[in-house]
Design a protein around this ligand. Structure first.
Ligand code: BEZ
Length: 264
């Protein structure tokens, strides 16, 4: 695992995530309507996190397996009684221990963490689907959390860290990602790219320390890290809407349904 993948896979804290990022799953509940799971179907939840959405999919009678790079998240998913495994989703093509092919692969807010080789991620999904199977996902798209992203990069840069090395996120345009899906052999059945200004549950600092960990943990715990987070917050205080302690983050999402042809 390279430094960046390690940062992506490690360091997740299920409790912090539950407190500061539960909205990520809550806001994607209707993505399950896009998935339209049917009882008895086998579904892989790619980047399942703590299993909040996999649990809802399972309630439909589908047989769900979660996969995540974080052992802490997989442990939280298993506590819900879900089948879940620790594996690098960026190497889905070679993950061992997955039996058979799936009717559907589902993914929420995970694909934008897979920056190393997005085409390989898509090829891995394709390989794991039955002919006629569907890939249904939501991810951050071009412009997602743009002021936060820019502030994290600029403050890292000004402290001597290469932002490109720290940056874990891949926020493609709709055209770029749909082209990638088509290149892999998928037929695009539906897509929607949209802005979703999102009220954060607490101060933006909580968001930074929970979801921007690969940036934040590049700084030694203590003064250096606190100084970095405070400087990012100060930039954002001037650039992002916030009133009475409520912060609105400019999320931009891409959703799609892509189908593997019946032959091929
Ligand atoms: C997102 O869900 O859009 C997101 C999550 C973590 C970091 C950046 C964006």
């Amino acid at each position: 695992m390279n430094e960046q993948s390690e940062a992506n896979a490690g360091g997740w804290h299920a409790g912090d995530y539950g407190r500061n990022a539960r909205f990520v799953a809550d806001l994607a509940t209707d993505l399950i309507e896009w998935l339209a799971p049917v009882a008895g179907e086998s579904i892989l939840d790619l980047g399942c996190g703590d299993g909040a959405l996999a649990e809802r999919i399972r309630e439909t009678g589908a047989d769900v397996v979660g996969l995540d790079g974080s052992s802490a998240m997989v442990a939280a998913a298993r506590e819900r009684g879900l089948k879940a495994m620790v594996a690098d989703a960026q190497r889905l093509d070679e993950v061992e221990g997955i039996d058979g092919l799936f009717d559907a692969v589902f993914s929420n807010a995970a694909l934008h963490w897979m920056r190393d080789d997005p085409q390989r991620v898509i090829a891995g999904v394709y390989k794991r689907l039955k002919p006629g199977g569907r890939f249904v996902a939501e991810m951050g798209a071009s412009g997602n959390v743009a002021p936060i992203h820019a502030a994290l990069r600029a403050e890292a840069d000004s402290r001597g860290h290469d932002p490109d090395t720290l940056d874990p996120w891949y926020f493609p345009s709709e055209t770029t990602y749909l082209d990638r899906l088509a290149t892999a052999g998928f037929h695009i059945e539906r897509s929607h790219c949209f802005e979703r200004p999102t009220q954060l549950p607490g101060d933006v600092t909580d968001w930074l320390t929970t979801l921007a960990r690969p940036f934040v943990t590049a700084f030694a715990d203590g003064e250096a890290r606190d100084g970095y987070v405070a400087a990012v917050r100060e930039r954002l205080a001037a650039e992002m809407p916030h009133h009475d302690g409520q912060w609105i983050a400019p999320y931009v999402r891409l959703r799609f349904i892509a189908r593997k042809p019946n032959q091929g």
